[in-house]
Design a binder for this molecule. Structure first.
Ligand code: 0L1
Ligand code: MG
Length: 265
């Protein structure tokens, strides 16, 4: 079964305004339980086009549900992808504002900087590493537009995979010579360790994760481009934060990245 013609644009406006107004809303499948994954990706594309009309620019891609633990939690066997836009870029030295979020969480990630166009449906991790100029430590802030951060897979795809902000560390390295598939990670909140993990949690190797996204995009006749930044997926569970919190993520070899959240008063 497919959703009715025109309903997709109604859903786009629904999610667009929820994000713009920092307002949580009921999930789309409460109203349209028949929403398929394919339709959800089409809605996601139209949502990004709607945001582009509002002045933002695409800068790359992000992967979600890349760990076995998170896939099992959601009862799925596949990762998901969404788009990153320039307004999502936050800086290490400029605190994010809590009033810009609904119920944010932070995730440790490895960012890939792409130096060459790549498109296809049989793309491998080696292909991804060949077109990757640098990798860097990163933090993604996710902020689902849905009530209580609860959704089905189709819902979260339509909502651009909960994307909100990203912070990229200042140490960028060539992936050559790095043990990118087994980098240890420690995440602290206000100096207390809140998560530890390994980059192996990202589908076994973050480049495998990026290759999966390229192949998935390939099925829709799309690919990745020179200049794209790609967040390869969370290395551990996401951690909620509040005003005045500071999150630091430290990767072996790659180094650290942090951000603070300022008080709204
Ligand atoms: O970036 C992510 O891993 C999030 C993907 C969507 C699922 C969620 O919001 O937890
Ligand atoms: Mg993420």
């Amino acid at each position: 079964m497919t959703i009715m013609k025109g309903v997709d644009l109604e859903i786009v406006e629904y999610l667009f305004s929820a994000e713009k107004e920092c307002r949580e809303v009921m999930k789309v499948t409460d109203r349209y339980p028949e929403l398929t994954f394919d339709e959800a990706y089409s809605i996601q594309e139209k949502l990004i086009q709607r945001r582009e009309m509002d002045g933002v620019r695409k800068i790359g891609l992000k992967l979600g549900l890349t760990s076995k633990a998170k896939q099992e939690m959601m009862g799925v066997h596949e990762a998901i992808y969404g788009y990153l836009t320039d307004d999502m870029l936050a800086l290490e030295w400029e605190p994010v504002d809590f009033t810009d979020f609904i119920h944010p969480k932070a995730e440790p990630e490895i960012a890939f900087f792409i130096n060459e166009e790549l498109q296809g449906t049989n793309v491998t991790a080696e292909d991804v590493l060949r077109v990757t100029k640098f990798v860097a430590p990163a933090i993604e802030i996710i902020d689902s537009r849905y009530l209580n951060f609860k959704f089905t897979l189709a819902d979260v795809i339509a909502d651009n995979c909960s994307s909100s902000k990203l912070i990229i560390g200042s140490k960028w390295m060539s992936p050559a010579g790095l043990e990118l598939g087994q980098l240890g990670m420690v995440m602290t909140k206000n100096g207390q360790v809140v998560q530890t993990g390994s980059s192996a949690a990202v589908l076994g190797h973050p480049a495998v994760s990026v290759a999966w996204a390229v192949n998935k995009l390939g099925e829709r006749g799309k690919g990745i481009n020179k200049g794209d930044v790609i967040l390869s997926g969370a290395v551990s569970e996401a951690i909620s934060f509040e005003q005045n919190d500071t999150i630091l993520v430290q990767f072996a070899e790659l180094g650290g990245v942090s951000f603070s959240c300022k008080s709204s008063t």
